[in-house]
Design a protein around this ligand. Structure first.
Ligand SMILES: [Zn+2]
Length: 245
């Protein structure tokens, strides 16, 4: 696991006889503030829906870590998880977050019990934040999700502006390693609300599905309005777009 801890879980032991998880109370913060949080138990065996949000992310290179303060202890977490918490945290309120690397102990028994509960954890959360990561420095010109707006607004392939910026920015999103990880489908479909984040840009999962649906209504759709889509994008670009959406 990414979080290296020293007795971090000793005061927050998961009960064996009920469905429970540890959640992070992630303190509000500005850009310059360190990531600061504390762990608490949360029962999933309740009549009222428990209030917490999940973070779905790739672990990233375990040799790149950053420091966070959990239960007043310094721990090292992967840079990618750090970036996720840094961008997801609120400036005005404490958030209740489940992030596997910090909320689960690497103890083998506990790990296997939590893995068995994964679907439940995602089903009961109020929202999941899918963290795609950060773009390569200087690689983005505008909003990388503007590409989706094009189709959601009902525009055609042939309406695309001649410059490649919108497509190139979007392809940064497609390149995120998150799309190749396991569990993605249930992490997107089980929660009540799913938000996709790339640095500070966000889009809902439903919006992506809508863009894909509307894109597919061109070309091979009933109107056949955009059968020459491949004159707008080259075959490789078209494969990438179609494969992703
Ligand atoms: Zn069309």
């Amino acid at each position: 696991m990414a979080a290296q801890s020293n007795g971090l879980y000793a005061e927050c032991i998961l009960p064996l006889d009920e469905k429970a998880i540890r959640v992070l109370y992630l303190e509000l913060g500005d850009e310059s503030d360190e990531i600061r949080a504390h762990l608490q138990l949360l029962s999933l065996d309740t009549d009222l829906p428990p209030q917490y949000e999940c973070v779905s992310y790739v672990w990233g290179d375990p040799s790149f870590t950053k420091r966070a303060i959990i239960n007043e202890q310094y721990i090292q977490i992967t840079k990618n998880l750090y970036d996720a918490l840094y961008h997801i945290r609120s400036k005005i309120k404490t958030m209740v977050i489940w992030a596997d690397a910090i909320c689960s102990d690497s103890d083998v028994d506990e790990k296997s019990r939590q893995v068995a509960m994964m679907a439940e954890i995602y089903r009961q959360c109020s929202k999941v934040h899918i963290w795609l990561g950060l773009p390569e420095p200087g690689s983005l010109i505008g909003d990388p999700f503007e590409f989706l707006d094009h189709f959601v607004r009902g525009k055609h392939f042939y309406d695309f502006p001649a410059c490649d910026n919108i497509l190139n920015d979007f392809l940064q999103v497609v390149k995120s390693p998150w799309w190749t990880r396991a569990w993605t489908v249930q992490e997107c479909l089980l929660p009540k609300e799913t938000v996709v984040m790339f640095r500070t840009w966000t889009v809902t999962w439903d919006y992506i599905l809508r863009a894909g649906h509307m894109k597919n209504s061109h070309g091979d759709g009933p109107t056949k309005c955009c059968v020459e889509a491949n004159t707008v994008f080259n075959p490789h670009q078209l494969d990438t777009i179609n494969g992703w959406l």
